[in-house]
Ligand binder design. Structure first.
Ligand SMILES: NC(=O)c1ccc[n+]([C@@H]2O[C@H](COP(=O)([O-])OP(=O)(O)OC[C@H]3O[C@@H](n4cnc5c(N)ncnc54)[C@H](OP(=O)(O)O)[C@@H]3O)[C@@H](O)[C@H]2O)c1
Length: 280
């Protein structure tokens, strides 16, 4: 099988590359913005026609949630037009596409975990553009896997590393305690994606680690596991103003995985423990 990964230098791209290389029997074509800019429709068709992959896994995205609010054109280009180009080019050769999406397609007003059957209602430019990307992929290529994840950390910049840096350099760290979600390791997410592709299990899926917490709880667990003595102070979203509106509650239930091939993700604390052990 031939698999083309876009955004291969990002957190998820790196983990997928690692897991596919460990598995073997897969020819990988690794691209990032310098070798394939997904916003350029001609380049995307050229690359797909020349390499003819069986599957494209789109890990490329404009992931800076606050920056998207002021960088709207680029957010639409990378998060919506890019997936459109990839989905259409793959459809033309009968190939499949994996589109990675986000919990931020929901506005976070629910009181129970979101299912794949709930209607998205994004509250930020990032969430809206990612949702538009999903819609393009759904419309332009029937052989699609759309996988929504959340609070992702892996090999790259992320909340876990930011907390460790802040904790090491500040007497006090303030973290928001009124937004809830599910921290997710790229290790778990990559396993979900690989399994979906192996099973040709098309459709929309939620792929997050199990359990839920606030950003404050997440930080508390990071410091506890690292044995760091940090004065961690909870605060509200009101106090910690950010440019983009973030959902208060964006816990996703991996319901479609439960209903089909089974949910292989771990509890968020177990995955975090493994991640921190490997960081040492
Ligand atoms: N990170 C999270 O907390 C989170 C949460 C929910 C969902 N997700 C989704 O999960 C997926 C993977 O996220 P991630 O954290 O692995 O992202 P990431 O680390 O930010 O990686 C994204 C990669 O895409 C590249 N890229 C940007 N514009 C591109 C373009 N026009 N063409 C090709 N490549 C381009 C980036 O390059 P540069 O670095 O040079 O820009 C980067 O290498 C994304 O779809 C994201 O929306 C992430």
């Amino acid at each position: 099988m031939k698999i083309l990964i876009t955004g291969a230098n990002g957190q998820l791209g790196r983990e997928l590359t690692k897991q596919y290389n460990e598995k073997g029997n897969v020819e990988l074509i690794l691209t990032d913005v310098d070798t394939l800019d997904i916003t350029n429709v001609n380049d995307v068709y050229k690359m797909v026609n020349e390499t003819r992959p069986d599957v494209i896994i789109n890990c490329a995205a404009h992931t800076a949630v606050d920056k998207c609010e002021d960088d709207v054109d680029n957010a639409y280009k990378i998060n919506a037009v890019g997936p459109k180009n990839l989905a259409a080019a793959m459809n033309a050769i009968g190939g499949e596409i994996v589109q990675v999406s986000t919990d931020y397609v929901f506005d976070g007003t629910s009181e129970k975990p979101y299912l794949e059957f709930d209607k998205p209602c994004p509250a930020s430019v990032y969430g809206q553009t990612k949702y538009d990307g999903e819609e393009f992929v759904k419309t332009l290529n029937p052989k699609h896997y759309i996988v929504r994840t959340a609070w992702l950390y892996g090999d790259g910049n992320n909340f876990v590393k930011t907390m460790i840096r802040l904790g090491e350099n500040n007497p006090e760290v303030k973290v928001v305690n009124d937004q809830f979600g599910s921290p997710t390791s790229t290790v778990d997410l990559a396993k979900v994606i690989i399994s979906l592709v192996e099973n040709k299990n098309y459709g929309i899926f939620h792929g997050t680690c199990k359990g839920q917490c606030s950003w404050y709880d997440f930080a508390k667990e990071i410091f506890a596991l690292k044995g760091m003595d940090v004065n961690l102070v909870p605060c509200t979203s009101e106090e910690f103003k950010s440019r983009a509106k973030r959902p208060k509650y964006s816990v996703l239930r991996n319901y479609m995985l439960e209903l089909t091939t089974g949910d292989i993700t771990r509890d968020w604390k177990e995955s975090l423990k493994e991640y921190l052990e490997n960081l040492k």
